[in-house]
Design a binder for this molecule. Structure first.
Ligand code: ATP
Ligand code: ATP
Ligand code: MG
Ligand code: MG
Ligand code: MG
Ligand code: MG
Length: 257
C-alpha cells in the first residue's frame, strides 16, 4: 500500500508481543454454554457427543497450528499450550488469541452435524479467550493440574446434582443437599443412594481430555525378505489420563521440552 496522510493512525497500535522464552497458554471457554447446552438438550451432567465435538476441534487446532504442543479440555473450555520458542505471528497476543478462538469456533460449527446428525444448530456458538504466559514448564504442568482438579471437583458435584434431580428432587433441593459436602460425602451419596461407584464413571468425564502428538511406529511396506519397514510418524491423539502426577510428563518428556 502506498503511504497516505492517514498512515499515522498505525502509530496508535500497541506492541502486544508476548515475552520470549515462555510458554503461551490460550484458554477458550464457551459463552453462555449453560444456556447453549440447555437449548440443544445436552445430556446432563455430561453429553458425550458435545465433549467429542470439543475434542475433535482441539485435534484440528493441533493439525492447523504446529506450535501448539498440548491441549487440555473439559466441559466448554479448552487450553492450548504453545511451545516456549514459538515465533508464530511474532508472538503477538492479539493474533494468537483471535486466531485460536476463531479457528476453534469455525471448526465447531463445521463439525456440528458430524456429532449431532439429528440436532439442528439453533444459534451461533461463540467462545471467549485469554492468554497467559508461563516462564517454566513446571508451571505449565501446575496450570494443567489446576484445570484437571477443577474438572474433578465440578464433575463430582454435577454427577451428584443431576442424580438427585433425575431422582425427583428439585434443583434447589439438590443444591441444598450438597451444600458444604466434602468429596468423601459425595462419593458416599452416589454409592449409597444410587449405587454408583464414582471411580467407574467414564474416564473422559472424570479426567477431561488431553490432546497431543504421539510418536507411532507405522509399517510403510514390506522389504524384499518380507520384513516390515517402519517409520516413526507423529499422530494427534486424544486421551483421558491423569496429568496431575509426575508420571505423564516423565513418560513423555518431549511434549514440554
Ligand atoms: P460463561 O459465558 O461465563 O462461560 P457458561 O454458561 O458457559 O457461562 P461455564 O461456567 O463455562 O458457564 O459452564 C459451562 C456450562 O455448559 C455448564 O453449565 C455445563 O453444564 C454446560 N456444558 C458444557 N459442556 C457440556 C457437556 N458436554 N454436557 C453437558 N453440559 C455441558
Ligand atoms: P493475512 O492472513 O496476512 O491477512 P491475507 O491473504 O488474508 O493474509 P489480506 O491482506 O488480509 O491478506 O488480504 C485479503 C485478501 O483476500 C486479498 O488478496 C483479497 O484479494 C482477498 N479478498 C478478500 N475479500 C475479497 C472479496 N470480497 N473479493 C475478492 N477478494 C477478496
Ligand atoms: Mg467464561
Ligand atoms: Mg462457558
Ligand atoms: Mg466453562
Ligand atoms: Mg487477511
Amino acid at each position: 500500500m502506498a503511504n497516505s496522510k492517514y498512515e499515522y493512525v498505525k502509530k496508535f497500535e500497541t506492541d502486544d508481543r508476548l515475552p520470549p522464552s515462555s510458554w503461551i497458554v490460550v484458554r477458550i471457554d464457551g459463552c453462555h454454554f449453560h444456556q447453549f447446552s440447555a437449548e440443544h438438550a445436552f445430556e446432563k451432567p455430561n453429553d458425550e457427543n458435545a465433549l467429542n465435538l470439543m475434542n475433535s476441534c482441539a485435534v484440528s487446532m493441533l493439525e492447523q497450528f504446529p506450535d501448539i504442543v498440548f491441549a487440555y479440555g473439559v466441559s466448554d473450555e479448552y487450553s492450548f499450550i504453545w511451545k516456549e520458542t514459538t515465533q508464530f505471528y511474532q508472538r503477538r497476543a492479539s493474533k494468537l488469541l483471535s486466531l485460536s478462538v476463531s479457528y476453534f469456533t469455525s471448526v465447531y460449527v463445521m463439525k456440528w452435524k458430524e456429532f449431532f446428525p439429528h440436532k439442528e444448530l439453533k444459534g451461533p456458538p461463540y467462545f471467549d479467550g485469554r492468554v497467559v504466559c508461563y516462564p517454566r514448564a513446571k508451571i505449565v504442568q501446575d496450570y494443567l493440574a489446576w484445570r484437571q482438579v477443577d474438572c474433578h471437583i465440578n464433575n463430582q458435584y454435577n454427577t451428584c446434582f443431576w442424580m438427585l434431580v433425575k431422582s425427583g428432587k428439585t434443583q434447589r433441593e439438590a443444591q441444598e443437599l450438597l451444600k458444604g459436602t466434602q468429596a468423601k460425602d459425595k462419593n458416599e451419596l452416589l454409592f449409597q443412594q444410587f449405587n454408583v461407584n464414582y471411580d467407574k464413571l467414564p474416564q473422559m468425564f472424570r479426567k477431561g481430555s488431553c490432546v497431543y502428538r504421539k510418536k507411532v511406529e507405522e509399517v510403510v511396506k514390506l522389504d524384499d525378505t518380507g520384513n516390515p519397514v517402519t517409520r516413526t510418524r507423529s499422530k494427534v491423539a486424544v486421551e483421558h489420563v491423569d496429568i496431575i502426577g509426575p508420571k505423564f510428563w516423565s513418560d513423555l518428556p518431549y511434549i514440554l521440552e
